[in-house]
Design a protein around this ligand. Structure first.
Ligand code: AMP
Length: 196
């Protein structure tokens, strides 16, 4: 079996957080979600939280240096030695370069990239519904559209880099949770990234 050093990528509303947790749990590897790290820090009112709160609320990206430093620290912890699943990082080409430099320094590389493919309209309706259900009044239509356009402009190009390396599996992200998890598992199995 190849060590699962994975990245899950998809627009907001694609279900990547939920699917990432399911896949990581089944493989026994930690999920490293930069969005979760930032949100927890905002909630606790830490210095980092204060630094990033306005950026996150506006739907913009936190500077690469800060984000990459957080991920490096987290990847250096023992539980990531046998594999990990990154959710939401790297998110632009600069972060791809940062991650490559860090991993290659350890003689490692990403071994699989899961792209969750969800049409723009579907993402928008899921995010609008979630904002209404959770009373997230900051998640306005404008902010949602802004986040999606950043995804298309900044994040989608990282997939070309990983596609050139032959490590991307594009998964149809429309269906039930179980159906989608099964599609991902099948793709990972075909790459020898999951046990029997
Ligand atoms: P997410 O939950 O992954 O959508 O992340 C929530 C927010 O955290 C994003 O809208 C960004 O403001 C910030 N964020 C998360 N990951 C990154 C990253 N890799 N680079 C820059 N900003 C990030």
């Amino acid at each position: 079996m190849t060590t699962p050093r994975l990245l899950i990528v998809g627009p907001q509303g694609s279900g990547k957080g939920t699917q990432g947790v399911r896949i990581a749990e089944s493989l026994g590897i930690p999920v490293i979600s930069t969005g979760d790290v930032f949100r927890a820090n905002v909630k606790e009112g830490t210095d980092l939280g204060k630094q990033v709160q306005a950026i996150i609320e506006a739907g913009n990206l936190v500077p690469d240096e800060l984000t990459s430093a957080i991920v490096r620290d987290r990847l250096a912890q023992d539980d990531a030695a046998g594999g990990f699943l990154l959710d939401g990082y790297p998110r632009n080409l600069g972060q791809v370069a940062d991650l490559d430099a860090f991993l290659s320094g350890r003689g490692e590389e990403l071994t699989g990239v899961i792209q969750l493919d969800v049409p723009r309209d579907e993402s928008i309706s899921r995010l609008t519904l979630r904002a209404a259900e959770q009373g997230r009044t900051d998640d306005t239509e404008d902010v949602i559209a802004h986040r999606l356009s950043i995804y298309e402009r900044e994040t989608a190009p990282i997939l070309d880099v990983y596609r050139d390396r032959g490590i991307v599996d594009t998964i149809d992200g429309v269906g039930t949770l179980d159906e989608i998890t099964e599609r991902i598992r099948a793709a990972l199995a075909a790459r020898d990234l999951v046990g029997a």
